[in-house]
Design a protein around this ligand. Structure first.
Ligand code: PEP
Length: 254
């Protein structure tokens, strides 16, 4: 059985005290519940990563960053490198999020460099892909996602690809309150899995965790996660309130 994952992307939210409270609530939950086949990952802003890894240390809560530099070290003011994250025991990193593509001009090529950098330092990329609304309206969504995979992760060998988590996030669903239907999510996840099988092999396709992201909340999570090719979610807005995030975790682990 594939690992099911619920990952929270906090984006640029929370003061230190608020972050402390939220992490505490999630740690309390994971400590007191036996989550059999579900991994919970939180991705707070980088200034709170140490707080998160300190708390997560004695639990099965995992910590991820929201971004890393495509450079290893040096004169890149404001950047955070993969070796820094590794040295803080951060095991995951969101890479290729649509907000970084849109506001920070990240290209598929740059995202491939970030993926390589993460893997070099034992960080599992949570690789985001997904189409814009006009691309879906034109019926190009499969081609767009295929190109993103081909240009950013399909250069990897099978062993490295085994450390990748895919997050399908249709851009029109992110932060909009418009969720992909269960059928739309399943159809794309099935397609992504077929591409992985074609590129690598059946076993790699079957074992890759593919998350759905885009206005996923405690009301729609159960239906989305019930699809055979949807292995959990990357949760933005709904990961900022502990009760809501915990309900989402429970909906996968039922
Ligand atoms: C995200 O930003 O990864 C995301 C899925 O956001 P939201 O859940 O708020 O749509």
């Amino acid at each position: 059985m594939r690992t099911q994952i619920v990952a929270g992307n906090w984006k640029m939210n929370k003061t230190f005290e608020e972050a402390d409270d939220l992490i505490n609530d999630i740690v309390d939950f994971v400590k007191n519940h036996n989550l059999e086949n579900t991994a919970v990952i939180i991705c707070p802003p980088s200034v709170y990563l140490e707080l998160a890894t300190d708390f997560a240390n004695e639990t099965n809560l995992h910590v991820g960053a929201q971004n890393l530099s495509n450079y290893e070290s040096g004169a890149y003011t404001g950047e955070i490198s993969a070796p820094m994250l590794e040295s803080m025991e951060v095991g995951y990193c969101i890479i290729g999020h649509s907000e970084r593509r849109k506001y920070f001009n990240e290209t598929n090529e740059m995202i491939a460099e970030k993926v390589n950098m993460a893997l070099k330092y034992n960080i599992s990329p949570i690789f985001c892909c997904g189409e814009l609304l006009p691309e879906r309206e034109k019926g190009n969504h499969f081609d767009i996602v295929k190109k993103q995979l081909e240009e950013s992760v399909f250069h990897l060998n099978k062993t490295d690809f085994g450390n990748i988590i895919i997050a399908y996030e249709p851009v029109w669903a992110i932060g909009t309150g418009v969720t992909a239907t269960s059928d739309q999510a399943q159809e794309m996840h099935y397609y992504i899995r077929s591409l992985i099988k074609e590129k690598y092999d059946e076993e790699t396709g079957e074992s890759t965790t593919i998350l759905y992201g885009g206005s996923c909340n405690s009301k729609n999570a159960k239906e989305l996660f019930a699809n055979p090719d949807v292995d959990g979610g990357l949760i933005g807005g709904a990961s900022l309130k502990s009760d809501e995030f915990i309900k989402i975790i429970q909906s996968i682990d039922d």
